[in-house]
Design a binder for this molecule. Structure first.
Ligand code: BGC
Length: 442
């Protein structure tokens, strides 16, 4: 393989999330989140795994820092567990929880890697869920309070922050279809959870800036929507609306798109959109795959599209639900650049893939992952050449980890993790990514 060379240097990163790597679910006074309930409910995780110990990063964070440093990452994207900081989701902070992240930050800085934490990657404290979760407006204010506690402790050393990871997935899969925690099946009645997460992002942005943050943004999941047939434009527009535009428009234009076609409205109060549209310093995109849609089947189908396999596309370990079409990342970036003139610089905050990888005890060889990343990094290069202002790229994930409802059955890491012993072993993709970074570093 030749290493991809971008038209100009950018920053490089790799990502993880607290619940997916930390394990140690009862250590240090940690409280329970919706994901603790989910993994403790039989049948919810395909292999019955509980995320504990998994990679056990609560005890092995130094190994993660060393892996990030050896790659010469510019930044490491990790997430902070709300329930380590506020075990009940409210009140004064748990010092043991904050100490853990403070040590991680110090060790990253000592190793020359800039810490770039996400404040919320899906682990909503259970008491907040019981009080209404993201259906309740008050949760946005609880999130701002939690943000203040974290920045108060880490803000002297951490200057770059992601607020919320993928509100779209929480709304669509957590509250609309029930595939992820908290597992509500509300269909379009889930939409208020989008507004409350966006409001939480805006309120937290203000808290972080007041505390001296240099750059703040939200990490949105986006997909490039493809029609199955030439006459599927309506289905494309409907899916683009609920997956992309509901989450991007208010941030980048200060208004929601017209939702009347969904028979839905957002619970917007006066001033909310000003808070949400507080200009982010970057626009962060998590991208995995395109989504192909067609007109819905059935006469009284409430859903205005059917999601179908992408014809002719190779797939990841998830099968047809995750087609691999790298140039759709380029197309998405160019669509956004045209749709939102003057948008902030773009960070690719997650991109990666899982493939079946048996334990072998020698350096795991993952040519499929190298090919996936190679294609997508080249697509970023093409987008930059065509005018997209991409400044940073992040691999999901630095290490194999707990893949939510799929447990340990899907491995996304540049580094293999033995889930019996938590031992780490770099894959060939890790070495390859190190070479990409060395050739394209800003
Ligand atoms: C999430 C990660 C997840 C990855 C792969 C993203 O949507 O942010 O937590 O592991 O996709 O499914």
């Amino acid at each position: 393989h030749d290493i991809p060379i971008l038209p100009r240097p950018i920053r490089w990163s790799a990502a993880t999330a607290a619940f997916q790597i930390e394990g140690a679910r009862t250590a240090g006074g940690r409280g329970r989140s919706v994901w603790d309930d989910w993994v403790d409910t039989p049948g919810k995780v395909v292999d019955g795994s509980t995320a504990d110990p998994g990679p056990d990063s609560y005890h092995r964070w130094r190994e993660d820092v060393a892996l990030a440093a050896d790659l010469e990452l510019d930044r490491y994207r990790f997430s902070i567990s709300w329930t380590r900081v506020q075990p009940d989701g409210a009140g004064s902070p748990n010092p043991v929880g904050l100490d853990y992240y403070s040590r991680l930050v110090d060790d990253l800085l000592d190793a020359g890697v800039t810490p770039f934490p996400t404040l919320y990657h899906w682990d909503l404290p259970l008491p907040i869920h019981e009080a209404g979760g993201w259906l309740a407006r008050d949760t946005a204010h609880r999130f701002a309070d939690y943000t203040a506690l974290v920045v108060d402790r880490l803000g002297d050393r951490v200057k770059h922050w992601y607020t919320i990871n993928e509100p779209a997935m929480t709304t669509l899969q957590g509250y609309a279809t029930g595939e992820l925690a908290p597992g509500e099946v509300l269909l379009f009645d889930a939409l208020p959870t989008a507004h409350h997460q966006l409001l939480a992002h805006g309120l937290a942005t203000r808290v972080l800036r007041a505390a001296g943050a240099e750059s703040v943004g939200i990490a949105n999941n986006h997909t490039h929507v493809l029609p199955l047939h030439d006459d599927d434009a309506q289905a494309v527009a409907a899916y683009d609306l609920i997956h992309n535009r509901i989450f991007a428009d208010p941030i980048l234009t200060g208004a929601y798109p017209d939702l009347s076609s969904l028979g839905a409205a957002m619970p917007v109060h006066d001033g909310d959109l000003d808070v949400i549209a507080e200009r982010p310093d970057f626009y962060a995109v998590n991208f995995y795959n395109p989504t192909t849609v067609t007109a819905p089947t059935g006469d009284d189908n409430p859903i205005p599209f059917d999601i179908v396999p992408t014809p002719g596309a190779p797939v990841t370990g998830f099968g047809p639900a995750w087609p691999i079409v790298p140039n759709t990342l380029r197309d998405l970036l160019l669509d956004f650049t045209a749709r939102y003139p003057g948008m902030p610089p773009v960070i690719i905050s997650e991109n990666g893939a899982s493939f079946p990888e048996p334990d072998r005890g020698v350096q795991p060889c993952d040519p499929d992952r190298i090919a996936y990343l190679d294609g997508h990094i080249r697509a970023v290069g093409e987008a930059i050449t065509a005018g997209a202002d991409v400044q940073e790229y992040t691999v999901w994930s630095l290490i194999d980890n707990f893949e939510w409802a799929d447990g340990y059955t899907q491995r996304f890491g540049l580094v293999h993790v033995d889930f019996e012993t938590s031992a780490r072993m770099p894959k060939t993709s890790y070495d390859w990514y190190g070479r990409v970074i060395a050739e394209n570093r800003a």
